[in-house]
Design a binder for this molecule. Structure first.
Ligand code: SAM
Length: 283
C-alpha cells in the first residue's frame, strides 16, 4: 500500500531545500540512506508508540512510520528541522508529534500515556550515554525496548561481559535491567558528514520485572568504588566504601562470596548484585 510518506523527497534534497548543514555542537551526523534507516526501524516497529530523539531531517522518522509505528513522538533540539519535519507530520496524517526541546530536559514518559514506549534513535554522541543512563534508571520504566545507534566503543561498553576490557559500570547497570546485544555495525562513511569513529546499533530488551535489580543507586555506588580504581584488587578499592558505610570489609566480601584479591573486571553482574545487597544488610 502506498502512502504520502512514499512521495516525500530524497533526504539530500530536503537538506538542500531547507539549506541545512550539520552542526558539530549538536552531534549532527545524518543517515541519508533510507534502506539503512529502514533496517534500523524494523528492529523497533511495528509498535503502538515510539520515542525518537534527534530526528534531524527525518530519515529514521520516515522509516519508523513506514515500518508500522502507529505514533512517533520525536524530540529535536535544533529548530531548523521543524520545517522539514512538518512535511512528515502532514504526510503521516498526524502520527508524528515533534517536540522542539532538549531531550535532557524532558521526561519522555510525560509525552504520552501509551505504554510501553519503544525508543529508537540515532543519538547525538555528546549526550548519548547520558540519555541512555537516564532511560535505564527511569522509574517506573516506561519502555520495553531501545534500539540505539551509538559510537561503537560505547555500544561495546553496554553489552560487555566480565573479563573484557570494555566491561565496567555501564555494562553492569545495563545488564541489571536489560538483555542487550549489538545488532550490526555502521561504518563512519554511512553518515553525512562522517564522524571520526564507527557506530553500532544496539538492541536492549527490558528484563521481566522480577529479574531486574531494584537498587540501582546503591549498585552505582559499589561499581563506582570498584571501577574507580580498576587495576586494584577489590580489598583495596572497596575499603573506603566499607569504612564510610561502617561495615567490616572482610565480612562484606566473604558474605558476598567475592575473593578479596579479585579485580573488578573479573566479577560478574550477579557478584556486584550480591555486594550491593549485603552492603545494605550489613550497613
Ligand atoms: N536522526 C537523524 C539521522 O539519523 O539522520 C539525525 C541524527 S544526529 C546523529 C543527532 C540529532 O540529535 C540531530 O538532529 C541533533 O540536532 C539532535 N540533538 C542533539 N542534541 C540534542 C538534544 N539534547 N536533545 C534533542 N535533540 C538533540
Amino acid at each position: 500500500m502506498t502512502s504520502a510518506l512514499d512521495s516525500l523527497p530524497p533526504l539530500r534534497d530536503v537538506l538542500q531545500k531547507h539549506d541545512l548543514f550539520a552542526k558539530k555542537s549538536l552531534g549532527q551526523h545524518f543517515l541519508l540512506d533510507l534502506n539503512l534507516t529502514d533496517k534500523i526501524a524494523r528492529l523497533a516497529a511495528p509498535h503502538p508508540v515510539v520515542l525518537e530523539v534527534g530526528p534531524g531531517p527525518g530519515g529514521l522518522t520516515r522509516s519508523l512510520l513506514q515500518a508500522g509505528a502507529e505514533q512517533v513522538f520525536a524530540i529535536e533540539k535544533d529548530e531548523r528541522f521543524l520545517s522539514p519535519l512538518q512535511d512528515i507530520i502532514d504526510a503521516s496524517e498526524g502520527r508524528l508529534t515533534v517536540n522542539n526541546t532538549d531531550a535532557l530536559r524532558v521526561n519522555p514518559a510525560d509525552l504520552t500515556d501509551i505504554r510501553p514506549m519503544r525508543i529508537c534513535a540515532n543519538l547525538p554522541y555528546n549526550v548519548g550515554t547520558k540519555l541512555l543512563i537516564n532511560w535505564l534508571t527511569a522509574s517506573p520504566i516506561f519502555w520495553d525496548r531501545m534500539v540505539l545507534m551509538l559510537q561503537k566503543e560505547v555500544a561495546q561498553r553496554v553489552v560487555a561481559t566480565p573479563g573484557n576490557k570494555a566491561y565496567g559500570r555501564l555494562a553492569i547497570l545495563a545488564g541489571s535491567i536489560v538483555h542487550g546485544h549489538i545488532s550490526f555495525d555502521i561504518p563512519a562513511n554511512a553518515f553525512t558528514p562522517p564522524p571520526k569513529v564507527d557506530s553500532a546499533v544496539i538492541v536492549l530488551d527490558i528484563l521481566p520485572e522480577d529479574k531486574r535489580f531494584a537498587d540501582l543507586k546503591t549498585l552505582g555506588q559499589v561499581t563506582a568504588a570498584a571501577f574507580g580504581q580498576r587495576r586494584k584488587m577489590l580489598r583495596k578499592s572497596l575499603k573506603q566504601l566499607a569504612n564510610t558505610s561502617n561495615i567490616s570489609l572482610d565480612a562484606w566480601l566473604e558474605k558476598a562470596e567475592i575473593n578479596p584479591t579479585d579485580r573488578p573486571e573479573t566479577v560478574d553482574i550477579a557478584g556486584f548484585h550480591r555486594l550491593t545487597e549485603i552492603l545494605l544488610t550489613l550497613g
